[in-house]
Each structure stands twice: as structure tokens, then as C-alpha cells.
Design a protein around this ligand. Sequence first.
Ligand code: HEC
Ligand code: HEC
Length: 475
Amino acid sequence: MSAVPFLALILAACGATSALEPGGEHADAAAEELSSAPASEPTGDPPRAASSERAEGSAPVGSGERRGPSDFSEIELARILRHSPLPPRPPDPTNRWADDPRAARLGQALFFDARLSANGEIACATCHRPELDLTDGKALFEGLGVGERRTPPLWNLAWSRWLLWDGRVDSLWAQAVQPLENPIEMGGDRLAAAHLIASDPDLRAAYNELFGALPDLADGARFPEHARPVAGRPDDPHDVAWRAMEAADREAIDSLLVHLTKSIAAYERLLVSTDAPFDRFVAGLRDGDPEKLAALSARERRGLKLFVGKARCRMCHVGPNFTDNEFHNLSLPTADGGLPRDAGRYEGSRLLRADPLNAAGKFSDAPKGAAAERLGALVVGSETWGEFKTPSLRNVARRGPLMHRGQFTDLAEVIGFYSTLEGQSRLHGHRETVLVALELSEQEQADLRAFLGSLSGASLPETLLGPPTLPRAGQ
Ligand code: HEC
Ligand code: HEC
């Protein structure tokens, strides 16, 4: 056993918590545990103390001497403490404007602005809908076309080191370029976006204040209405128009585009989910406050015990965001029972390395920083075929369908799958050896579901959930 859980335990037992910062390193430690010694992970449930059989909602426990509820073993307690609280938002040195409130306000305006799309009807918020937990509630996304993957929510991505199901981008600002220009999502292009900023006085004023003057776009021969690079499609009219531009003009437009997406990223960094019943419960474990300890019902506590023990969920859903920030192949069932076709991480890491917008590229504000260094360590091997990012489980009970193709309708189906592994697709790539059919009883499945429900956080301030009011130009 590593030193961290012991430390956590001792600190928890004394109610001294300030030294306990459950940051990325804890997740890393857990990921190491996972890769080095999954077989030695103790999975049996220690005998449950009588107190755990209390009726739903009755007062929880604390044995008076500032110890945790007696329905958890010491090992379980140490693990639970690693899931909360959420540490402070880490900085993003690749984005100089990451924490600038003016950039966030401009980014918020862009996030809700459908004029950035080819038909004027699709904004980021069309798929990432505030009222649907920042998803679209569909199995496969629908923009200008229908996609092959599900829209994930955008919670707590400031803590995420790889973005998208396959990790093909490594920053929020690089990510935002993709839906904007993807013909089946918004179908926009960077020239049209530049013209929009230039023609809208409020957007232009907000832009000027942060990034200085726009290039003079009035000369239509130099700056066409529509143009963008289209990899591998030299006949595409947008690509033809793009290549016809002067190199210096293309560069000016690229910088403008990145300013816009760095602003969107500044807004996305504010989409934080915390303060769920589970967080209050863990705060209670730390300070012994019975009111906080009452935040979880007996059923939810039983589910938590399974989560960190016998059900092995924490092997991947670890740390305060319930993700190891890594990629795994669960061999999820396919619709037709055949082999899966989506290469996931295998293709994602190849694309990330080649992306001029990655953390080591010229648009990054820290091209030699830690994020850039991580790129060097990327594994691009066939063992990553079919791997997808471990999603955060915060707010998970508020969304559905679930998984990267919306393979499951709801939590009951997900937990049913982990319980039996029924329908697992035939092997393609490297399947997780950690996954074993858990054979959970009906009651255990219901307990786990109840626990996942306790990860739903307080909602965001209204002011973040719609288009903001930009200061009027000239005021
Ligand atoms: C047509 C629907 C649609 C639109 C419009 C859309 N998205 Fe998404 N978004 C998705 C889908 C689908 C994914 C997952 C795609 C993948 O992993 O390949 C995704 C993934 C993301 C992610 C990564 C989340 C994670 O957990 O890694 C971010 C960030 C994001 N979108 C932000 C945006 C922004 C910003 C915009 C607007 C510029 C936007 N999206 C527009 C559907 C959409
Ligand atoms: C081997 C690592 C691993 C283990 C162990 C694991 N998960 Fe997952 N989980 C993942 C990955 C990876 C995904 C996304 C898979 C995909 O879409 O292809 C996922 C997806 C999910 C989702 C869907 C979330 C969403 O937004 O779509 C839920 C819910 C979930 N897991 C809960 C659990 C529970 C409960 C357990 C324990 C019974 C568990 N997981 C064990 C790695 C794991």
C-alpha cells in the first residue's frame, strides 16, 4: 500500500486536513496502481459493521471520536477522501487569457452565437445545452449532419489534460476550432468568423479591448468571405480560397481564430461542478460534523462502499473528478454485434501529434511547458486501438444516453453491463484486464446507482447559462 492512503487516513482520523490536497498527483498515483498491480487490489468487502444496516435517512455515525462512519474500513476511508474536495482550478499556461474575465465574457457570447455556423442556426450551446447538463440528450450528435459519437458534457474540463473521447486535442482552445469548422457540426470557417467579429460592433469592441486591432478585412480579394484549410481535400472551395491567400494574411486570420477560441476556453473554465451531496459528506468525514455526514443516505453510503471496493470503479474513475484522465477499452457492445470500428485513442494520439494547434505549436503560449512535454510521452501504438477517455462522473445521473456512442440509455444499463459484461464486443485492440463481471445483486446495483446520484452538484449561476450582455460598443 502506498503512503498516500495512510497519510489520508491519519489526517482524517485527527480531523487535520489542510495538507490533503487531492490534486492530479493523486490521480496519477492511482493510475500507476492500476497499471502496476491490478491483481493485488483488495476487492473483498470487509464485514460490514452493524451500523450500516440503519434505515434510510437515519442519522449517520461518527463514533464520537472524530472517526469516520463505522460502515467504512480504514482503506475505504482513505480512498473516499481522495475523491473530494475539488482542488483549485489549475492554470492553463498555453492560454494567456485563460483566467481573464473579459475573455470569458467574449467567449460566452461566442458559445451562444449561432451566427458562427454555416446555416446560422447552430451554436456550441445547441449541442451543449445548459438545460440538459451541457449535452444534447442524444446517443449520436446532430449538427449539420449526424455524427458517430455522443456529445459529452463540459464539466470541470479545466482539470482535464486530454479533450474529446479520443484525446485528439490537448487544450480547450484548440478543441473549439474543431466543431466550428467541422462540416457535420457547425460548418463554419475562420474567414466567416473573422468577418462576423468585424461586422458586429459589440463583438468587435470586446475583441479590440483584449487583443488589439483586427486586420483590415475590407479588401475582399485578400480576405474572402469563406476560407479555411481542409486537410486532404484540395478541391474543396474553402481550401482553394485559403491557399490563394497571402501567407501573412493566413497567419493573421489564424491568430484571430485562436484569440476567439482562447476566449471560449476562458468561459468553459468556469463550467465547474462541485458541492454535491457527496462533497458535503466527505467534508463531514474530515470535520466530524453530523449534519454534513447526513448528506448521504444509508443506500448511497452502501453504493459508495461498493464504488471504492468490490465494484472496482475507482480503478479508473478516481480523484475529485472521478476520472484518471486516461483511456481504456471496455469492449462495449456494438449495435450489430460485429467488431467495433472506432479506433478511439489510436487515431486520437496520431492526430494530436500532427495538430499545429497542440500545446507545443506556435499558437501555444507555453510551447515548452508541461503540456507540451506530455506530447513527447504519447504512446501511439496498436494497444491503444478502441480506447476512449474515462469520463468524469460528476453530474452523471443528470445525463443520458451514456458512453461514447450512447450505447447505454441510463445508469441502470451501464451498471448492468459492468455487472455481467454481457454483449462485450469481440476483441479488437487491448481489452482492460481490470474489468471482470462483478455479478452484483439487484440491491447492490441500486445502491451503486444511488451513490452516483449523489455526485450531482449545485447548479451554475444563471449569468453563465445564456448569452451575456457585452458592454455596448463605444461606452
Ligand atoms: C453538433 C453538435 C456539437 C456542437 C455544435 C458542438 N459540440 Fe462540442 N462536442 C460534441 C461532440 C459529439 C463531442 C465529442 C466528439 C468526439 O469526442 O469526437 C464534443 C466534445 C466537446 C468537448 C470535449 C469534451 C471532453 O470531455 O473532452 C468540448 C470542450 C466541446 N465539445 C466544446 C464545444 C465548443 C466550444 C463548441 C462550439 C465552438 C462545441 N463544442 C460545439 C458535439 C458538439
Ligand atoms: C477500466 C477502467 C474503468 C473501470 C474499472 C470502470 N470504468 Fe466506467 N468508464 C470507463 C471508460 C473508459 C468509460 C467510457 C467508455 C466508452 O465510452 O467507450 C466509462 C464510462 C462510464 C460511465 C458513462 C459516463 C458517461 O458520461 O457516458 C459510467 C456511468 C461509468 N463508467 C461508471 C462506472 C462504474 C459505476 C464503475 C464500477 C462498477 C466503472 N465505471 C468502472 C472506465 C472504467
